[in-house]
Design a binder for this molecule. Structure first.
Ligand code: SF4
Length: 477
């Protein structure tokens, strides 16, 4: 007699208009598939990420949540896990929306098992959602390890990194478990690939059709970053740098290219340029593949990099690897704040970088942070002026926001950091005041930034702050 399999649904939130692949959940499912759990079916489900205006769009929001819950119900799952983080944007923390969705699922589907996974959820938040019986469990450790214990989780037995309603009486001083402590896999090639395990075949195919062959897939060659910028959550999540091999990287790319014609890739790494030797290996591997598979030469890559890892030779290699876009954090030119980025080079070095990039037609995306503790309106203006003079292709200007367990959070009192207390569905809070930063700073910097945006329409702008959001028309295309 055939045993009825239990259906487990992994849900995530992402905007429809942005090319996004939930590779973090893909790894979990690929690992579970390899581990041959015959009694379970695992499905990945995208839920809505529509921000709207809390005050005006209550009705719309109710409608969106209803649609999400109808979709979940359609799958008739035995258990639903909502993932609150985003594999790319560290500002995302969808605890608010996940809670609303879970409440509605609970109302409609009664005793279904509901869990939430996030690296960001803190003790108080975990206790609250368990106490209120919104979720049956909170998963705060590495899902790649933890979901291997899925049977124990559903039976609410002890699994490191998981908390249940029945255990909510633990002390508030308990620290939550972060991934690094349990992450045992040194060589990342030992983690099965979600692409090569066909987890995203249908997804990529659909997106390619939707985007008329221009879908940009995520691809990863390493995890972790050792720089430890004061505001950065990504380096908190994976501090130690670990690598996939060049062979594995290009196996995935060639698979996506051969089967779905994917030519555009966003490299999720924080450490793609850590080692020149490694870049040379990538270049060799890519050249060999292109010699046998000419079409691969059409690919385009978008990467992120630290300025100090770039020199002329690196840019030459990047051009050979078909890197067309590079995102670099300028953040601020304020000399008193360079240590937040652990930066030892002079910001003038950015000019050299741009000269090399222009030579090879690699387009520069610059990141700037508004409102870092100790900044001033004058230095913010100087930062924007300096950035525009570099003639970047695109600028992302974002108000400083607070992620858990970052150095700024640890030193919150020292920097007199106050965060926005308005409840948000999807985001970690903005820092609304800190040492030297007050309301006047934000009013004046907002005025200046908007003025420069209007004067420089050739640059693709993304400006996100509590006061204002601006996106150049067609930004995501
Ligand atoms: S360089 Fe800084 S911002 Fe980038 S990932 Fe590393 S710590 Fe984070």
């Amino acid at each position: 007699m055939e045993i009825k399999k239990k259906k487990i649904l992994f849900c995530y939130f992402s905007p429809r208009e942005v090319d996004y692949t939930p590779t973090d959940i893909g790894y979990v499912v690929a690992i579970l598939k390899k581990a041959a759990f015959l009694e379970y079916d695992f499905e990945i489900l995208q839920l809505n990420y529509e921000i709207g205006n809390d005050a005006l769009d209550k009705e719309l929001k109710r409608e969106i949540i209803k649609r999400d819950v109808d979709l979940i119900q359609y799958y008739s799952p035995d258990a639903v896990f909502l993932f609150a983080d985003n594999v790319l944007w560290s500002k995302v923390f969808a605890l608010g929306r996940a809670t609303l969705v879970a409440k509605e699922v609970r109302r409609k589907m009664g005793n279904i098992f509901l869990g939430i996974q996030s690296y960001k959820i803190n003790n108080d938040q975990a206790i609250e959602v368990l106490d209120d019986k919104i979720f049956d469990c909170v998963i705060n450790g590495n899902p790649e390890d933890i979901f291997l214990d899925i049977t124990n989780i559903l039976d609410q037995k002890y699994v490191e990194g998981v908390r249940y309603q029945k255990e909510v009486s633990f002390s508030k001083s308990d620290t939550l478990i972060l991934s690094e402590k349990k992450c045992s896999i040194e060589n990342l090639d030992n983690i099965p690939s979600p692409y090569l395990e066909h987890i995203f075949d249908n997804y990529i195919q659909e997106r390619q059709i939707e985007r008329k062959g221009k879908f940009r897939a995520f691809i990863i060659s390493s995890r972790g970053c050792g720089f430890g910028c004061y505001y950065c959550f990504r380096s908190v999540k994976f501090e130690k740098v670990r690598y996939f091999s060049a062979q594995r990287f290009y196996d995935e790319m060639e698979y996506l290219y051969n089967n779905f014609g994917v030519c555009n890739y966003f490299v999720l790494d924080d450490a793609f340029l850590y080692s020149k030797q490694r870049l040379r290996e990538f270049s060799q591997e890519f050249e060999q593949r292109v010699n046998k598979n000419k079409g691969l030469g059409k690919i385009q890559m978008f990467i992120m990099a630290r300025p100090e890892t770039i020199d002329q030779e690196v840019v030459e290699i990047l051009a050979k690897l078909k890197v067309k876009f590079i995102q670099i954090g300028l953040q601020t030119v304020n000399p008193a704040l360079q240590h937040y980025m652990r930066r030892t080079i002079d910001v003038v070095y950015f000019k050299k970088i741009q000269t090399w990039l222009q030579k090879y037609d690699i387009k520069l995306y610059l990141d700037i942070v508004v409102g870092l503790p100790g900044d001033s309106v004058e230095w913010l203006k100087e930062t924007i002026r300096f950035a525009i003079l570099l003639e970047p292709y695109s600028m992302q200007v974002k108000q400083f926001y607070m992620n858990p367990n970052t150095l700024f959070e640890v030193k919150r009192d020292e920097y007199e950091i106050e965060i926005d207390t308005m409840h948000k569905d999807f985001d970690v809070p903005y820092v609304v005041s800190s040492k030297g930063i007050d309301e006047e700073y934000f009013i004046k910097s907002n005025e200046f930034i908007m003025q420069r945006i209007n004067e420089n329409p050739k640059i693709w702008w993304k400006y996100i702050s509590k006061k204002q959001r601006f996106l150049s028309a067609g930004f995501y295309n």
